[in-house]
Design a protein around this ligand. Structure first.
Ligand SMILES: Cc1cc2nc3c(=O)[nH]c(=O)nc-3n(C[C@H](O)[C@H](O)[C@H](O)COP(=O)(O)OP(=O)(O)OC[C@H]3O[C@@H](n4cnc5c(N)ncnc54)[C@H](O)[C@@H]3O)c2cc1C
Length: 441
């Protein structure tokens, strides 16, 4: 029987190093779709905020252009994939569905529904969001360690598959294929300008890859990666990696080439170790599923924190008593990005200084971050909140020390116009107003 394929694009918005797209070449006909859905609000915020929404649209336009060059079209739908995809499968006799394996528990549930609703369609999932494939992991999933180090020790020397070339051409769409004109529903947010510094798409991703590996930057990565500001102090690959405009195999292959041609040192190796952290969190989420979102996470008991609406809002807006935290918060809100150290300081402050339930912070990051990834974001939050895979049981960053280490001259705080706000709570535990400067008898 002739293979009638449907490619379901998700976090794989590229044509290079795309195993599923190469597999689609053998098909008689092909339809390429990207169904966009918006999950309901959780922990006070909608999952998709403006920074990532704009970036995503740039990624989709870039992909659409690349697919046109290969004789194909990208069809964008607004709605639930588990409704749209089975309908297309029935209408166009699709017997082969191609997609990238995603580890998210929501995404896995969607795929399960599609399986039930389109039983005649065979589903082929390719491991191309990750460095390793499920069948070639250095540790079996069922034995996945609750700490990074055992994984890292094995993975450091584990072979990584080569990045694949883009297909030269793709099969045509089915002859009778006619989609209704797709209108953007009212509930889709209209784009508005933000201060985000990232431009979406595979071409821009390749530009950043070239930029980062064209000089000395990888040789100094370890020394500067904790800096709070400076484009070149870390790779800035994350937004493209997480929409799949770039793969971790492509980065690894450029890194190996760089080490061969220029120099291999502690810094170049450290960059690889960070990619392994990303990898570790992906498969951890695959293993633990929705436990990633539990208040008590992987721990036996829940933390002694709660939800304080006023504190949480002040933290989001950069109005806490800590100027450095406020600078990080303002950068995140205005640009959709903040350095790794900035994220650690923000998360630690919310949990330790403000005693707020970590999941509200994770959801705020999910809403704001242009580089949001479910496994990495929630995994890092669990880690800092002491309910994740940290063998030390959580991290408390001393804000004064962080200030003197990373912003001793105050440049970062001044740049973001951040000040310390004296009062954190306007009411006490019994809801009585707290008057600044007033002391009871
Ligand atoms: C509370 C918190 C939430 C975070 N949420 C996210 C998120 O949603 N998406 C995301 O990509 N990263 C997240 N990170 C990890 C890290 O901050 C970013 O990956 C990094 O700042 C991205 O910038 P970069 O690409 O220049 O990183 P680089 O320092 O250049 O690192 C290269 C790559 O390694 C990976 N990496 C780096 N640090 C980590 C880490 N701590 N954990 C896992 N992978 C890492 C990323 O894929 C990154 O692109 C979070 C960290 C914290 C502390």
């Amino acid at each position: 029987m002739a293979q009638q394929s449907l490619y379901w694009f998700t976090q794989d918005l590229r044509i290079q190093d795309n195993q599923a797209l190469l597999a689609a070449q053998a098909s008689h006909s092909l339809i390429c779709v990207y169904p966009r859905w918006f999950k309901a609000q959780r922990w006070q915020h909608a999952p998709l905020g403006m920074h990532r929404w704009i970036f995503l649209q740039e990624c989709l336009s870039d992909l659409a252009e690349s697919l046109r060059g290969l004789g194909q079209r990208l069809h964008i739908f607004y709605g639930q994939p588990e409704d749209i995809i089975p309908k297309l499968c029935h209408t166009y006799d699709i017997n082969h569905l191609l997609c990238t394996r995603l580890v998210g528990s929501d995404e896995k549930a969607i795929l399960d529904t599609i399986r039930v609703r389109a039983p005649q369609t065979c589903i082929e999932q390719c491991d191309q969001y990750t460095l390793f494939s499920l069948s070639e992991l250095p540790i079996r999933l069922k034995d996945w360690p609750k700490q990074y180090t055992p994984f890292r020790k094995l993975a450091e020397a584990w072979p990584v598959a080569d990045a694949l070339p883009a297909p030269e051409t793709l099969p045509a769409m089915p002859k009778l294929f006619a989609l209704p004109a797709i209108e953007r529903p009212d509930w889709v947010p209209a784009p508005r300008h933000t201060r985000c510094n990232f431009y979406g798409g595979e071409r821009a991703a390749q530009g950043q890859l070239d930029h980062y590996f064209s000089g000395q930057l990888p040789q100094h990565y370890k020394e500067v990666r904790n800096a709070l500001e400076g484009w070149d102090n870390s790779s800035k690959f994350s937004p493209w990696l997480n929409q799949g405009c770039l793969s971790s195999r492509q980065i690894t292959s450029r890194l190996r080439q760089y080490e061969h041609d220029q120099a291999a040192n502690d810094s170049t190796h450290w960059l690889y170790l960070e990619l392994l952290w990303r990898e570790y969190f992906q498969w951890l989420h695959h293993r633990i599923g929705s436990r990633l979102f539990l208040f008590k996470g992987l721990a036996k008991t829940a933390p002694l924190t709660s939800y304080y609406a006023e504190r949480f809002q002040k933290w989001c807006d950069g109005q806490t008593p800590y100027a450095l935290v406020n600078a990080c918060a303002k950068e995140l809100k205005q640009t959709g990005y903040v350095s790794n150290r900035g994220r650690q300081i923000l998360a630690s402050c919310l949990v330790n200084e403000l005693s707020v339930d970590w999941r509200y912070g994770a959801a705020w990051f999910e809403h704001q971050l242009v580089d949001y990834d479910v496994a990495v974001n929630w995994g890092n939050w669990q880690y800092i909140a002491g309910v994740g895979v940290d063998p030390r049981g959580g991290r408390h960053f001393d804000i004064e020390k962080q200030t003197s280490l990373y912003d001793s001259e105050g440049h970062y705080r001044r740049f973001w116009g951040a000040q310390a706000h004296a009062q954190l709570d306007s009411v006490d535990a019994a809801d009585w107003p707290i008057v600044p400067g007033a002391h009871g008898d």
